[in-house]
Design a protein around this ligand. Structure first.
Ligand code: GLU
Length: 310
């Protein structure tokens, strides 16, 4: 049994250990992300009984980006059912970059994972919606339910992404050609772009993770967000492809399902116990936040959270 004092101490220690690390670089291919202060650094742990422990800039909002893929996948698994989702999206690592066209070519156009851009757009397209606004409303609502507060799109960021997302648009058309796009491809790409442009704090992200750790019930609001039976599928997808091409290294060294985004956020889930989130914009070569990885790794080791520990 891990005590509140142990969690608080681990969060504070991880923040102190890594706050001076200046390695990595902000994502620059989305112009708005290049402008975020690289010194920002927040850490938060949220438990399945709804307690949060934070340090640093944990209340500062940042762009959810690729982490949104987790919550849209959860919604699509809920709506389509786990078998259909598995067949239409997949659950294997691509071993390639998050926006790889080569990965599609190699797998007969199947995206393989909802944690890469192709599979994320397929997941977005699987949501049963009357139109683009309804699709957007549903993906933002599931993010809000996971966080336990209203999450909103940053319009300026969305505009910056929309103006530069030609590669994602091309992937959406390729998915249509290959039979893995279930709505209008540009609608799926647009809604995917919007779901990436929502703003969360590190505390929000920890609570979102704690909702998964708690079997799909938000531990702060008490609301059931997804069925307990679907949580393991979402966590498995995170394990396979949550940290881009470093996902296997992360499983080897930390052993917790996790997901990162190019906005600098990262969260990891210790099922039945807690979630740890961290945010710091500078990324390593694989696209994962340098300080967020270091902080979460340290906390997971200190608290003995690795799933493969015996
Ligand atoms: N909106 C970004 C993109 O699709 C998200 C990428 C990420 O965080 O991995 O390019």
């Amino acid at each position: 049994m891990i005590t509140s004092e142990q969690i608080a101490e681990a969060v504070a220690a991880a923040y102190d250990s890594h706050k001076a690390n200046r390695n990595g670089k902000n994502a620059s291919y989305i112009p708005a992300l290049a402008e975020v202060d690289p010194k920002l650094f927040g850490v938060c742990a949220a438990t399945v009984d709804g307690q949060t422990f934070s340090a640093g800039d944990a209340d500062c909002e940042f762009a959810l980006e690729s982490i949104s893929k987790v919550f849209t996948a959860a919604l699509a698994v809920e709506q389509a059912g786990p078998e259909v989702f598995h067949r239409k999206v997949g659950a294997d690592p691509t071993g390639a970059e998050f926006n790889s066209v080569l990965a599609l070519e190699l797998h007969n156009d199947k995206p393989n994972s909802p944690m890469v851009n192709a599979g994320a757009m397929t997941a977005t397209s699987l949501i049963s919606a009357t139109d683009a606004m309804d699709r957007e409303r549903q993906v933002v609502k599931i993010q809000s339910d996971f966080a336990g507060r209203p999450i909103t799109v940053n319009e300026q960021l969305a505009e910056s992404e929309r103006a530069t997302n030609f590669h994602n648009r091309a992937i959406a058309w390729l998915l249509l050609c290959g039979g893995y796009m279930y709505s209008d491809p540009m609608e799926a790409c647009d809604v995917y772009t919007l779901q990436c442009s929502t703003m969360v704090t590190t505390v929000d992200l920890a609570v979102m993770g704690a909702t998964l750790a708690n079997g799909g019930v938000n531990p702060v609001t008490g609301k059931r967000v997804i069925a307990k039976a679907n949580v393991s599928h979402v966590l498995a997808e995170m394990t396979m492809e949550g940290l881009y091409t470093s996902s296997g290294d992360w499983a080897y060294t930390v052993g917790l399902p996790a997901k990162s985004g190019v906005g600098g956020g990262l969260f990891a889930v210790a099922p039945g116990k807690l979630a740890i989130a961290a945010f710091s914009p500078p990324l390593d070569k694989a696209g994962n936040s340098v300080r967020a990885q270091a902080a979460i790794t340290q906390i997971a080791h200190q608290l003995g959270l690795g799933l493969y520990d015996t």
